[in-house]
Write a protein that binds this ligand. Structure first.
Ligand SMILES: NC(=O)C1=CN([C@@H]2O[C@H](COP(=O)(O)OP(=O)(O)OC[C@H]3O[C@@H](n4cnc5c(N)ncnc54)[C@H](O)[C@@H]3O)[C@@H](O)[C@H]2O)C=CC1
Ligand SMILES: O=C([O-])C1=[NH+]CCC1
Length: 315
């Protein structure tokens, strides 16, 4: 009989997951996903259950990577409501299983994995799609994802200026207190994004917050929020003018209000660019529409588990 699963929770997990190890694994996984080889990745589009009474959703995200011997699923709940709760608006748990027998190897807190792998995927999109001389980064939103995006973007790139805009002054103040480097607080989304080379949208809004007429031609946008078919972060002008990349084409067609409602075409997946089957059109205005994928959680969880086992053997 298999032993009880490892339970790896927030503080321990934070010490085990680092961007420098996560980024190359994530990039490889995005490429494998886009190869559509079932021996590499089987990852259905997220199944989502509405939690109507609570203005939220439960997403189920199973993934199997046969060659990597990784079987994993994440349960993620995300909420639209604003009720003053101190709990995060996105909460999740990741379960890693043995693909041969089906026993659970580990249960992990999903919040660290979700915030780091999402920011890392956006950073990969910027590495591939932003103009090489990018100097100004603008972040719209000041919550959990805004912080992880600040962290990885400033670790990976050398921006001359980082700007943040939040709907509330409190949000901007909290953000400035939490980050370890310089940031310019802007009083409007327009002020934040005018002239910016890279724009990250990490809000919980359901109507557009970023408008094409503000966006500098050639800028790269990593659009992370608006993960429901009737939610928007970007307006039609931007969606139609930009070349749109996604993590998953099927995911974008099912879940992204920005794609579905604007009628914009998804030009390529990020994995297609990684595999060299579609070009990175850096000179154009580009949007990376991120919905989040199970394969990102799977490689992150396997990395955490490997580090955890290595640490347990030593002690
Ligand atoms: N693409 C992906 O893989 C993932 C996407 N997400 C999505 O990313 C977004 C941000 O997530 P978190 O940072 O965890 O959320 P959070 O709750 O920590 O932060 C949300 C931010 O959006 C702002 N906001 C809320 N309503 C707004 C509105 N109407 N207009 C402008 N700003 C508004 C809040 O003030 C806050 O700054 C959410 O939409 C979430 O569902 C989250 C995890 C993974
Ligand atoms: O991939 C993910 O974990 C999520 N995408 C949208 C909300 C949570």
């Amino acid at each position: 009989m298999a032993g009880p699963p490892a339970v790896i929770w927030e503080h321990e997990l934070e010490g085990l997951l680092r961007y420098r190890e996560l980024l190359p694994r994530l990039e490889e996984a995005l490429g494998k996903f886009s190869s559509r080889d079932p021996a590499e990745v089987i990852q259905p589009v997220r199944m989502t259950v509405p939690l109507q009474k609570h203005h939220g959703f439960l997403g189920l995200m199973p993934t199997y990577m046969e060659k990597n011997r990784v079987l994993c699923t994440k349960f993620v709940c995300f909420y639209k409501r604003e009720d003053g709760s101190t709990l995060p608006s996105t909460q999740s748990t990741v379960v890693l299983l043995d693909p041969e027998y089906g026993n659970i190897k580990a249960v992990m807190n999903g919040e660290v994995i979700t915030r780091m792998r999402t920011a890392a995927a956006s950073a990969i999109s910027a590495k591939l799609l932003m103009c090489p001389e990018a100097e100004v980064l603008a972040i719209l939103g000041s919550g959990v994802q805004a912080l992880s995006h600040y962290e990885v973007f400033t670790e990976m790139f050398s921006f001359k200026e980082v700007r943040v805009w939040s709907r509330t002054g409190q949000g901007s103040e909290r953000f400035c207190r939490s980050v370890s480097g310089p940031v310019r607080v802007c009083v409007s989304a327009e002020e934040a994004v005018r002239g910016a080379d890279v724009i990250v949208t990490v809000t919980r809004c359901t109507e557009p917050v970023l408008f094409g007429q503000w966006v500098k031609p050639g800028a790269h946008v990593a659009a992370v929020g608006a993960c429901r078919p009737n939610w928007r972060e970007l307006d039609d002008v931007l969606m139609k003018e930009a070349v749109v990349y996604a993590d998953s084409r099927e995911g974008a067609m099912k879940e992204s209000g920005d794609v579905i409602l604007s009628g914009a075409e998804v030009f390529a997946e990020l994995g297609d660019v990684i595999n060299g089957t579609k070009p990175a059109l850096r000179e154009k205005t580009t949007v990376f529409k991120s919905l989040g994928m199970g394969v990102e959680d799977a490689v992150s969880a396997q990395l955490v588990f490997d580090q955890w086992e290595a640490k347990s053997c030593k002690s």
